[in-house]
Ligand binder design. Structure first.
Ligand code: GDP
Length: 290
């Protein structure tokens, strides 16, 4: 189980339970404290950490360990189940024709993620294409085009048109043959009304099957507000967390998952098109606690 390679202090607390058949409040509190420390360090919001702590406390003390189960294994099981509940299952992504729109602030990693996702779908045997509608950030067109070339996927963009909605319309026509259409959108430095308006207009043209919010792993408290605004505007079905190859653990993004009642779809782990992983709870939990 993933919890077997936990952070050493948590393992220490758990190891103190070896040989015990019952847990007392102090045992549970030690474990909860260690988990809290790791999760807060990983930028998980205080609210989520407190809810999780309370659930672990209650279950660890109220639930009888099944016959033959040691106190240590019992609490380990509860901690694991609650952590899986916290991070959620990965976003359902059927391998079929679909349109996916990406939303997020500038610099979060949308353009990179669009190409990576296209690469990922192509490896699954589908034909993806990327439409680049970011007319706001200088260089976005060239970057998107180059990355699409590296991913060897279809691409549509218009370097001389500053109307993203028009580009989206043309892109839909030009890339009508692809299976999976990934629509990259412009960000802004902050949550401005123009960004939200533009996103809504692009959405009404491309009619995406799902919208993913792209968040930098280093996001902290800002995740909630971003999640609320983007979810309110276009509806968020999943989150992509980028830059997990850095020091940030990405726990801040869990607040966005919670607010949008969605889940995590992809993890970005580098700058190249291949540096993408499908989210899976065990690996992410290890990373959060590690
Ligand atoms: P956008 O403004 O949201 O389209 O963001 P970009 O896709 O241009 O990404 C912003 C910067 O972050 C670029 O320099 C990317 O190369 C970098 N970046 C994106 N994803 C990752 C990642 O997973 N790991 C690393 N190390 N860098 C990333």
């Amino acid at each position: 189980m993933v919890l077997d390679d936990l952070g050493s202090s948590l393992r220490g607390s758990l190891d103190q339970l070896r040989g015990k058949s019952r847990l007392d409040e102090e045992d549970v509190e030690d474990i909860v404290k260690e988990i809290q420390r790791s999760l807060l360090q990983a930028d998980v919001s205080v609210d989520l950490v407190m809810d999780l702590s309370e659930d672990i406390r209650q279950r660890a003390l109220d639930e009888e360990p099944p016959g033959g189960t040691s106190a240590r294994d019992h609490v380990l099981r509860i901690v694991y189940e609650e952590l899986v509940d916290l991070v959620g299952e990965s976003t359902d992504l059927p391998l079929e024709d679909q349109t996916i729109m990406l939303a997020g602030l500038q610099g979060s990693g949308k353009t990179t993620t669009a190409a990576k996702m296209a690469w990922w779908f192509s490896k699954k045997g589908l034909r993806p294409g990327v439409i680049q509608t970011d007319t706001f950030r200088p260089g976005a067109y060239d970057q998107a085009k180059q990355m699409a070339e590296r991913a060897e996927v279809d691409f549509y963009g218009e370097p001389d048109n500053d109307n993203p909605v028009e580009i989206a319309e043309h892109g839909m026509e030009e890339l009508s043959d692809v299976d999976v259409l990934i629509v990259d959108t412009a960000g802004r430095h902050a949550l401005e009304e123009t960004l939200i308006d533009e996103l809504e207009q692009i959405e009404s043209v491309v009619e995406p099957d799902r919208n993913l919010l792209v968040l930098d792993a280093a996001i902290g408290q800002g995740a909630k507000e971003q999640a609320d605004r983007f979810d309110g505007a276009v509806g968020i079905d999943g989150v992509a967390i980028t830059k997990l190859d850095g020091t940030a653990k990405g726990g801040g993004a869990l607040a966005a998952v919670d607010r949008t009642d969605s889940s995590i779809a992809f993890l970005g782990t580098g700058e190249e098109v291949q540096d993408i992983e499908r989210f899976e709870p065990d690996g992410f939990i290890s990373r959060l606690l590690g």
